[in-house]
Design a protein around this ligand. Structure first.
Ligand SMILES: *Cc1c(COP(=O)(O)O)cnc(C)c1O
Ligand SMILES: [Zn+2]
Length: 501
């Protein structure tokens, strides 16, 4: 819809101008630093940072009703900069001018309600939010759109002329970083570090295809992370891991979209997300807190973080009920099909501790829980979901397993409504489905296929056929008729089809 066709009262607010006063705030010593340069950790105490708007209170000048109306009207705009995560510009990056916004089609991923059959099997009403339908096929694009829009802003305002973007990755971060960096060439180039053989072939193909410099190193993600941290401390590069607080801002859009999809009614809602480096759950809590603070939502939804038993440091931390006695212990991880969450020392742990405490305080009760699931449950639930019309990745399976686990443990009630996160597209992790179907999982995964869920192609080549077609060598005449007849019969027999009467 054209700008002049919107109601007059809305028109002046539709296109936001840069505003606000963003600062990095240290979660350790509470020091604040300006955003004119890229910071990842506190220069005084080394802790992680989050970005705050010192003028956030100004957002309360607009009524909750007016905010809801504004976001609903923005849905009809055709301005590219406002069609992705920056629909919520005032909450995500109010200082970024729209000319600097990089939009590659991220955000506003569909929420698909599970069919009656699957809902009955799980015992609760729920939706999958398909974040695999982002441009690089994972939710990481939300954070990259934010981080690269900020870098683009630095370039456009002449503060930076060229930049090398680096990240460590379990696969999806590098795919997203390489994609956004390639859009901003020639100013930006990217280099990504991957743990050798710990990303899927599909994920490896992504940064290669985007033209990034790709390095594989021995070890696991946590080892890659140490190397890129050393790189970003000693050299002039931009770190694109979720340590970068701009990533968190962009990923808050996930919460804003859920709020908008439910017409801002968050009562009895449960949001289930997997936890790896814990940037995602940080952003999800932060997003709901901000909408709650201005009254856009009246209730804070319940948040369930899910971890595999093979990589569960956050779960172990919260197992201790007494906050005063909790101790964070980094873990060495074991092989996990939720490979993008196979992280033993999550960078965002201090953010989680702080935000979960604040979240529960604002809600007046415990609203953040962490549950643990087995590798077996992750695979079984992923395959079951996809047999009912979904496109869940293994982490989407992990969320569904977590939903079931949460119900069994009584942290979720069956009268609530859940939104579970398929953080990536099923195709990125097709290799795990193949291992399952072929019963070839290495011992350490601890996954045994359920025969009911196994599927495999059948090669139909009846012995009686003398000649079959081949590429470049088609059949014709009686040979071809014979081929069609015989193969048709074989398939009809196998499917036990009834003849048309
Ligand atoms: C990154 C990632 C995760 C884990 O998210 P964190 O922010 O690291 O906790 C889960 N699933 C997929 C598909 C991912 O790419
Ligand atoms: Zn500090």
């Amino acid at each position: 819809m054209k700008l002049e066709q919107f109601p007059e009262a809305i028109q002046p607010h539709l296109i936001p101008a840069p505003a606000g006063d963003l600062v990095y705030r240290c979660l350790g010593c509470a020091a604040e630093f300006g955003i004119q340069e890229l910071l990842y950790t506190c220069p005084s105490c080394g802790q992680v940072l989050l970005i705050y708007d010192r003028q956030f209170e100004r957002l309360k000048q607009r009524s909750p009703e007016a905010w809801r109306q504004l976001f609903d009207y923005r849905r009809m705009l055709t301005v590219p900069a406002l069609m992705g995560i920056y629909r919520y510009h005032e909450f995500i990056g109010p200082v970024i001018p729209l000319e600097a916004v990089v939009y590659l089609g991220e955000g506003h991923t569909p929420m698909v309600e599970a069919n009656a059959h699957l809902q009955a099997a799980v015992g609760i009403r729920f939706y999958y939010k398909n974040d695999g339908q982002n441009p690089s096929a994972s939710f990481k694009d939300r954070g990259m759109a934010s981080a690269f829009s900020y870098i683009n802003f630095l370039i456009q305002s002449g503060r930076v002329s060229e930049m090398l973007a680096v990240c460590a990755s379990t696969g999806d971060t590098s795919a997203a970083a390489a994609l956004y960096a390639s859009y901003l060439q020639p100013h930006i180039k990217s280099a990504v570090l991957l743990p050798h053989k710990k990303v899927t072939p599909q994920q490896l193909s992504q940064p290669l295809g985007s033209g990034a410099r790709v390095y594989e190193i021995p070890g696991v993600f946590d080892d890659c992370m140490k190397v890129v941290e050393a790189l970003s401390e000693r050299y002039d590069v931009a770190l694109l891991n979720s340590k970068n607080a701009w990533r968190i801002l962009g990923q808050e859009s996930y919460s804003y979209e859920i709020a908008q999809a439910f017409e801002y009614e968050m009562i009895d809602k449960v949001v289930v997300v997997p936890i790896g480096n814990a940037g995602n759950i940080t952003a999800v809590m932060s997003g709901f807190l901000k909408f709650h603070q201005v009254g856009l939502i009246a209730q804070l939804p319940k948040i369930i973080g899910v971890q595999s038993a093979h990589a569960d440091p956050v779960y172990q931390y919260y197992r201790e009920a007494d906050p005063a006695k909790r101790r964070f212990v980094p873990q060495s991880v074991r092989s996990s099909v939720a490979q993008a969450a196979m992280i033993g020392n999550p960078v965002s742990m201090p953010r989680v501790i702080e935000l979960a405490r604040h979240y529960d305080e604002m809600a007046g009760q415990q609203r953040v829980h962490v549950v643990q699931v087995t590798e077996q449950a992750i695979m079984d639930w992923q395959l079951r979901a996809n047999r009912n019309g979904h496109i869940a990745c293994t982490h989407g399976g992990e969320c569904l397993a977590g939903l079931e686990q949460g119900l069994a443990a009584g942290v979720i009630n069956k009268n609530e409504v859940a939104v579970i996160d398929s953080t990536a597209h099923a195709l990125k992790f097709a290799g795990f489905q193949e291992l399952y179907f072929e019963n070839r999982f290495p011992e350490d995964y601890e996954v045994r296929p359920d025969p009911e869920l196994i599927n495999a192609p059948k090669y139909v080549h009846p012995q009686t056929l003398v000649r079959v077609p081949a590429p470049g060598a088609p059949l014709s005449g009686p040979d071809f008729d014979q081929f069609v007849q015989t193969v048709t019969q074989a398939i009809a027999d196998d499917l036990e089809l009834k003849k048309r009467s």
